[in-house]
Design a protein around this ligand. Structure first.
Ligand code: ME8
Length: 511
């Protein structure tokens, strides 16, 4: 039976335009989704937009628009970005869709029926920018006298009637969950943070607001709208057809990975499992919080106006090199800095030199000196055996790394084969063998083509278009590109297309 795999990205707020940070989480999820599909899983990959809440209502007012108009405009941009960065998502959910609102109402009713919701008054600090409530002890007061959230957002004191989710009832069960499933929250830094937050005591959570109206109405209390996070988290279920348990997509629940930014791990690792426990639904298997990119050393922010849009980067560097850089530059889960210099240096060293040159050297040599067809296997030398051994061990190593969302490590493993192949070609020197030992030359070229094939297959999730071209150049049939085909041999004598370069070198224009 094929195994199902369900992975999600955060659904992004539509009060602003998409930027490289959003693209990052989405591309990471896409790499995992593509990897799992190639590895024989039936995958559901979900992304979308989070369109309700006070923040959106305020942004719309500031822009002189109706909330719906602003949401439509920016949701269209996020949808366009998903295409631009070549996401293989199976669905794109907008929280303003009826299917979502229906599912939210149903989950609310399930929580209510379980006795997990009660009516009261909310009084406390709220940061609209974070769409989050904070305790006094979590706030800092700046030199300007303004109280701010741990993420720097100004907070205000609010008091209004509100429904509460009895989160405090779940403290022990949540701690037991983290204990029983050490991999539930990753990376470890996020896990520790969440555990200490839950240990310090959970307060019941205000889950409805009456002071604005841009949200999903509370069933039976139309003057309340749901707290945007309750609405947002539910997307992971409503996209599968919840509450219709007979919908075939519901078979994908529970999610295998909710991939999120580290600042929203708490919502996913505390509120969400508690809600699911209350509703009697299975819990997701893993919450992974990715780290944060700064840009040229600065935090991306509206006030600095330095949020990097994706399209200009793609225009200049190409999509696949950008996808590669994002996952190669730092361990997934860590923070990192997006700088032009680092980008250009990675692309030149690892893509243009290491991999691009390797492919070019092999394929153009075959075109010129080996009749432009796939060389046949020869008698293996020790050097051949040891290069093949690296290639044969690679899929398991990469699979292991991808399962841990260790994208950088997966790429490093693949690059070990790239570098070993470069060392091999230098040592075996087919250009010398051409005169001295043409039979051996053919065998060497074949060993190199085999290594390139494995590299091309395993890099497909990261750089789908470019690797499709590489596999075309090796005459690998379209139906021989999944991981079940990893040990299918290349076809002796297959005609190879005229070689083309895969990765250009970038030269920074001088001012
Ligand atoms: O939080 N570096 O939406 P959002 C890395 N709607 N990742 C970044 C980033 C950066 N500089 N900036 C953004 C929300 N991200 C909620 C989510 S989910 C039920 C609701 C990524 O538009 C990262 O994944 O603020 C982060 O969590 C997400 O974008 C925040 O997007």
């Amino acid at each position: 039976m094929t195994k199902r795999f369900y992975i999600t990205t955060p659904i992004y707020y539509v009060n602003g335009a998409p930027h490289i940070g959003h693209a990052y989480s989405s591309i990471a999820a896409d790499v995992m989704a593509r990897f799992k599909r190639l590895d024989g899983h039936e995958v559901f990959f979900l992304t979308g937009t989070d369109e309700h809440g006070q923040k959106l209502e305020k942004a719309a007012r500031d822009a002189g628009l109706e909330p719906r108009a602003l949401a439509d405009r920016n949701a269209a941009e996020f949808r366009a970005m998903a295409r631009t960065i070549n996401l293989s998502n199976d669905d794109f959910i907008r929280t303003t869709e009826d299917r979502h609102k229906r599912g939210c109402a149903a989950l609310w009713q399930a929580l209510d029926a379980a006795g997990a919701i009660e009516l009261g008054h909310y009084e406390g600090w709220y940061a609209t920018r974070d769409e989050a409530f904070y305790g006094e002890d979590e706030l800092t007061t700046g030199a300007d006298g303004v109280k701010r959230s741990p993420y720097g957002a100004p907070v205000e004191w609010v008091r209004e009637p509100s429904f509460f989710f009895k989160l405090s009832m779940f403290q022990d069960r949540l701690l037991a969950l983290y204990e029983a499933h050490p991999g539930f929250i990753q990376p470890i830094s996020s896990r520790n943070e969440v555990i200490s937050f839950v240990r310090s005591g959970l307060r019941d959570l205000s889950i409805s607001r009456t002071s604005f109206s841009w949200g999903v109405p509370v069933p039976g209390a139309p003057d309340h709208v749901m707290y945007v996070w309750i609405d947002a988290l539910t997307n992971y279920l409503t996209a599968l057809g919840y509450p219709d348990m007979t919908d075939p997509r519901m078979a994908f629940w529970p999610a295998d990975v909710h991939l999120v930014g580290k600042e929203i791990t708490r919502f996913h690792a505390v509120y969400w499992p508690a809600m699911l426990m209350a509703a009697g639904l299975p819990l997701p298997r893993r919450i992974f919080g990715n780290g944060w990119w700064t840009v040229e050393g600065e935090k991306m922010s509206k006030s600095l106006d330095n949020a990097l849009p994706v399209q200009p980067l793609i225009d200049e560097f190409g999509l696949d090199p950008l996808r590669f850089f994002l996952l190669r530059e730092m361990p997934f889960g860590n923070d990192g800095d997006f700088s032009r210099r680092a980008l250009i240096s990675r692309l030149n060293v690892e893509l243009a030199n290491d991999l691009g040159n390797l492919a070019q050297r092999i394929l153009s040599f075959i075109a010129k000196n080996a009749g432009g067809t796939m060389p046949a296997r020869g008698v293996a030398t020790e050097a051949d055996v040891s290069l093949r051994a690296i290639a044969e061990a690679l899929p398991d190593r990469v699979r292991g790394a991808i399962d841990r969302l260790a994208f950088q490590e997966a790429l490093e493993e693949i690059w070990k084969l790239v570098r070993a192949s470069n060392a091999y070609i230098d040592r075996e020197a087919p250009w010398t063998l051409r005169k001295s030992n043409p039979t051996r030359m053919v065998a060497v070229l074949r060993v190199l083509c085999e290594a390139l094939r494995v590299i091309g297959l395993l890099l497909q999730p990261f750089m789908p278009d470019t690797m499709a071209r590489l596999l075309d150049l090796l005459a690998v049939a379209p139906d021989a590109r999944d991981f079940a085909s990893l040990d299918r041999p290349l076809t002796d004598g297959a005609a190879l297309p005229a070689p083309v370069g895969l990765f250009p070198r970038f030269i920074e224009p001088t001012a």
